[in-house]
Structure formats: structure tokens, C-alpha cells
Design a protein around this ligand. Structure first.
Ligand code: CO8
Length: 258
């Protein structure tokens, strides 16, 4: 598929995906969502860390495209929401780490996209919010599910009912982002984090992600049993042998992802 709204760069196991619709501050229309869906389905197989960002210095993603949504009826609204939610879920369950480098506005669907990533870091000028109720809708790309999980129900409800937009320092305070950087530093910091991940065993990272994601929605016994099963699986990998042999022989490990 040819992409009109996505810019993609691959570099030594790190793929950087830039969403690019500058005229609408990278707002997500259905064409972009379809491109994203195709991109995830056909992710370059050498990708070990995915970084998602937005084009320009002002916006990550300013939400779903309001000019497209204005005319939707109930069935079409349902379908548009389903498409976005499906793509974001695919991002969430990718077996590799996904970092959102939030370089400006992350509103509505933009905040929801960032929340489908494993980790969010942002620039000092970033702004987050779920302003949907001001438009007569609710967050429709799984924001009502992920925001309370990330920051707790009380503040999530305040954000969603008031539609208030919060700054990067507040996003850091409530745990919506892990770190805030000067705009010029953001991508470098994302690459640094990716580089640290690249040194580790890829299958183990994927299994840790699965254990965290799936375990979160289970009760304690279920989550611990799941971790135990996945922990056992690590011992069937060449990377476990390599990692432990390297430690014992005081050398650096070379992981093959097997
Ligand atoms: N959709 C469409 N166009 C947009 C959007 C958007 N979300 N955001 C910005 N734009 C456009 C503006 O209309 C403007 O276009 P034009 O130049 O033709 O007038 C251009 O981008 C630049 O924007 P502004 O002039 O408004 O720039 P400002 O710096 O003054 O303001 C803001 C920036 C604060 C980001 C402002 O543009 C804004 O408030 N945008 C809307 C933010 C918003 O409400 N986002 C949530 C949308 S709803 C959503 O995401 C729901 C997700 C779930 C959907 C489920 C479907 C069923």
C-alpha cells in the first residue's frame, strides 16, 4: 500500500513512524487509520522497537478528524470508532516495545494513540486531553478504557468530563508520560531509550510485555500463573542461554531473538 500520510524510517532495528497531515495538525481521518492498519499488519520484520511521533513541532495528533466525523450517522460513527480502536489495539499487542514521542498536541484520538503505546515521553510544549464531550461524543478510540488504567479513575473522569487540556508537567505528575524533554531533544531521547532496549533479549521483552498487558486484566492468581508460564518459556530460547553464559563468562551478550 502506498502511504500518503505516514513517513517511515528504519534504522538498525528501530522504526520511526511519523504521522503527517500538517494541514489538520495530524488529525486522524479514515485514510490515515487505514494506512496505520496496513503499516502495523506489514511492519518491517527487522523492527525491534517502534517509535511513533507526529510531523512538525506543534502537534503529535490533534484528534480524530472532526471534519470527517461531523456528518456521520450512528452506524458510521460506530464503524469509525471500531476502525480506530482496532488499529490501536494492534499497536498495543505488538510483541515489541512501542514508544510514543509526543511532540505537541495529543488530544482526543491523539491521546488515545499515545496510550496504546507502551511508553510515552513528550516535549515540554506537549498538551494532552480528551475534549470529546465538548463535541457531543465520548472518547471512541478506547480512551475510556485506557486512561483510567493509566492514571486512575478519579483524574480520568475529571479529564473526560471537563475536557480540560493539561500541560506536559501535569502529564508527568499524573504518570501519563514518563519524561518531558525540550522539543529538540525529544527524538534523541526516544532513540536513546530504544538503544537500551535493543541491547536486551527481544523474545524476553516481548514475553514481559505480554505478561504485563495480559496480567493486568487478570486476578492475582491468574496474573502470577501467566507470568510463571511465560517465565518458563524463556528457558526454551537461545537468548536465555546466551544471556546467562555471557554473564558468567564476563562478556557482552549477543542476542539473536531466538
Ligand atoms: N480535526 C480536523 N481538523 C483539525 C483538528 C481535528 N481534530 N484539529 C485541528 N484541525 C485543523 C483546524 O481546523 C485548522 O484547520 P484550518 O487551518 O483549515 O482552519 C488547522 O487544523 C489548524 O488548527 P487551529 O487553527 O485550530 O490551530 P490552533 O493552534 O489555534 O489550535 C488546537 C490547535 C487546540 C489543537 C485546535 O486545533 C483544536 O482544538 N483542535 C481540535 C482538538 C480536538 O477536539 N480533538 C479531539 C477530536 S475528537 C476525537 O479525537 C475523538 C476520537 C474518537 C473518535 C471516535 C469516532 C466515532
Amino acid at each position: 500500500m502506498e502511504y500518503n500520510f505516514l513517513k517511515i524510517e528504519h534504522n538498525n532495528g528501530v522504526t520511526v513512524l511519523t504521522i503527517s497531515a500538517p494541514k489538520t495538525l495530524n488529525a486522524l481521518n479514515s485514510s490515515i487509520l487505514k494506512e496505520l492498519n496496513d503499516f502495523i499488519d506489514n511492519l518491517e520484520p527487522t523492527t525491534r522497537v517502534l517509535i511513533i511521533t507526529g510531523d512538525g513541532e506543534k502537534s503529535f495528533v490533534a484528534g480524530a478528524d472532526i471534519s470527517e466525523m461531523v456528518h456521520l450517522n450512528e452506524a458510521q460513527g460506530h464503524e469509525f470508532g471500531r476502525l480506530g480502536a482496532q488499529v490501536f489495539r494492534k499497536i498495543e499487542v505488538l510483541p515489541i516495545p512501542v514508544i510514543a514521542a509526543v511532540n505537541g498536541f495529543a488530544l482526543g484520538g491523539g491521546c488515545e494513540l499515545a496510550m496504546s503505546c507502551d511508553i510515552r515521553i513528550c516535549s515540554a510544549n506537549a498538551k494532552f486531553g480528551q475534549p470529546e464531550v465538548g463535541l457531543g461524543i465520548i472518547p471512541g478510540f478506547s480512551g475510556t478504557y485506557r486512561l483510567p488504567k493509566l492514571i486512575g479513575q478519579g483524574y480520568a473522569k475529571e479529564m473526560i468530563y471537563t475536557g480540560k487540556v493539561i500541560r506536559s508537567d501535569e502529564a508527568l505528575r499524573i504518570g501519563l508520560v514518563n519524561a518531558v524533554y525540550e522539543p529538540a531533544e525529544l527524538m534523541g531521547k526516544a532513540m536513546e531509550m530504544a538503544a537500551m532496549m535493543l541491547k536486551n533479549a527481544p523474545v524476553a521483552i516481548g514475553l514481559a510485555k505480554q505478561s504485563i498487558n495480559e496480567g493486568y486484566d487478570l486476578d492475582a492468581d491468574g496474573a502470577i500463573a501467566l507470568e510463571n508460564k511465560l517465565f518458563g518459556k524463556c528457558f526454551a530460547t537461545a537468548d536465555q542461554k546466551e544471556g546467562m553464559d555471557a554473564f558468567l563468562n564476563k562478556r557482552e551478550a549477543t542476542f539473536k531473538g531466538e
